[in-house]
Design a protein around this ligand. Structure first.
Ligand code: NAP
Length: 364
């Protein structure tokens, strides 16, 4: 069967190429074919591609082409063929997909809640990306569902980061400075932190996004990157870095000096390089935060269902606040097909997507 797919040039992430290729339609035992129906696009997808080698994101969906990769996305697809017990044609699953009309999966551990993708090439990759959630009971065409598709992968990090910081007593901080404060993962983190510490949460952002960040009810104050010197340097400060900007990091370290209690490197919206040096240096206060290990720790301690229930409840509150029809923080923006998806990707790469835009791509 012929499938259509959108490839990303690995060394020029704004460049995409649409192509057709063949997929063997015959299924072996345990295999299913899912047709992708809709997916979200944010800066996080660009970072997946930027860190494609360093964090092995290119390995999830091999293209067979050295220079072109599949930028992973989170979305919902419908099963169109199944040779796997417990998975029926017509069911929908939320999970990690390549930008391709179809994906063949080898599945395992099927429960009414979902299944695990067990292909050889995905063993050893973080388990969180190998789980596909049964979408039964959710109206996949509703705005609420689209907000979930857009935000779930981001909110998981926001929630787990907040949980990790609570676990560590916020490292004794009296103020928390968050860079790329207008990003959904950043203000989702601030939303989750809110009420769990007396430390002030300060959003650090670009001049053009300042008004947007001020409008959010997530930060107690807002400063632009240029205004960093105006932030109190005498208070024990925790830095949560979603920008990955190394010069900004240096300025933060210089400005707060010994009062910087911890530097949490959680994202890289403005830097396509994975910053090994800062996390390899044991003398540095910078520590890389990746949600997956903390999620596994919490699941071991509390059980999967308790963790998911608590996270889902908080996520529902976040989506309600963010999508409030009277004054939404983020509005859904729809694109159709891969050509339009490629345009959104190009705009994301060049920082031309407003923080109030939530992009969902619909496939016919
Ligand atoms: N560690 C994890 O497990 C994890 C999980 C999810 C997301 N993340 C990371 O969090 C970051 C934010 O992702 P998101 O999807 O939440 O972002 P988003 O909602 O698309 O927000 C984008 C914001 O990032 C900044 N930005 C984007 N592109 C830029 C560019 N080219 N140059 C400079 N600034 C740029 C701007 O914020 P300002 O104007 O405010 O600077 C922009 O408003 C990503 O790096 C993502 O990978 C990490």
């Amino acid at each position: 069967m012929t499938i259509h797919r959108l490839l990303t040039r690995k060394d020029q992430l704004h460049e995409s190429r649409l192509e057709d290729c063949q997929m063997e339609a015959k299924l072996s035992d345990g295999e299913v074919i899912i047709r992708l129906e809709r997916f979200g696009l944010t800066t996080n997808n660009i970072t997946y591609a930027a860190f494609g080698d360093a964090m092995e994101y290119w390995k999830f969906f091999p293209t067979g082409q050295e220079e072109w990769g599949h930028m992973p996305v989170w979305g919902v697809g419908r099963v169109i063929a199944s040779a796997a017990d417990g998975v029926q044609v017509g069911e929908r699953y939320f999970g990690y997909y390549p930008m391709a009309t179809h994906l063949k999966l080898t599945i395992d551990q099927v429960t009414p809640r979902g299944f695990v993708e067990a292909s050889d090439h995905r063993q050893g990759l973080p388990a969180a990306y190998n789980y596909y959630t049964n979408y039964a009971g959710t109206d996949a065409n509703s705005p609420e569902s689209d907000y979930r598709i857009l935000l779930r992968p981001l909110f998981l990090t926001s929630y787990m980061l907040s949980d990790y910081l609570i676990d560590n007593g916020f490292f004794g901080a009296r103020q928390i400075v968050v860079s790329s404060a207008s990003s959904k993962t950043a203000f989702g983190s601030a939303f989750c932190i809110h009420g769990n510490t007396e430390a002030r949460i300060i959003g650090l952002t670009s001049g053009r996004n300042r008004a947007f960040v001020e409008r959010l009810e997530c930060y107690q104050s807002v400063a632009t990157y240029d205004e960093l010197p105006s932030i109190d340097r005498n208070s024990p400060t925790l830095y949560i870095d979603f920008s990955g900007d190394t010069q900004l990091r240096e300025r933060i370290h210089q400005h707060f000096g010994n009062n910087l209690v911890h530097d949490c490197y959680a994202g890289s919206s403005s830097n396509l390089e994975f910053n090994y040096e800062s996390i390899d240096d044991s003398n540095s206060k910078t520590r890389f935060f990746f949600a997956a290990p903390h999620y596994r720790k919490r699941v071991r301690e509390l059980g999967g269902s308790a963790v998911l229930t608590a996270m889902d409840a908080r996520q529902a509150e976040f989506i309600q606040a963010l999508s409030n029809p009277d004054a939404p923080w983020v509005s859904l923006c729809f694109s159709e097909g891969f050509e339009e998806a490629a345009q959104v990707i190009e705009r994301l790469c060049h920082n031309r997507v407003g923080p109030d835009e939530g992009h969902i791509v619909l496939l016919p």
